[in-house]
Structures are given as C-alpha cells and as structure tokens.
Design a protein. Sequence first.
Length: 55
Amino acid sequence: MYGERRGGDYNRPPREMFDAVCADCGQTTQVPFKPDPERPVYCRDCYRKRKPARY
C-alpha cells in the first residue's frame, strides 16, 4: 500500500531528479526540484560549505 512503512522506509516512487550546474564550482549535479534560472543551484559539496553550521 502506498505510504506504508516497510523496513524503516516509506514505500513511495523514486523522486524525479533534474540536471543542474552548480553556481559555485560549475560542476554538473542533480537536484530533486526543477531549477529556476533566476536562483542559484549548488552541488552537495558547495551547499554544505555555504550552509550555516547547526548548533
């Protein structure tokens, strides 16, 4: 059944991924949302560098 918990994970379809280019390093990456040309997109490494530390 959709949304049923099985083995610690929800049984849902795979998330659609979209190709993007990192605004910091220029590396191609994939993101789980359709990129907006007006907003920067970052690869995982550059996002982690920009994200404020959690305390």
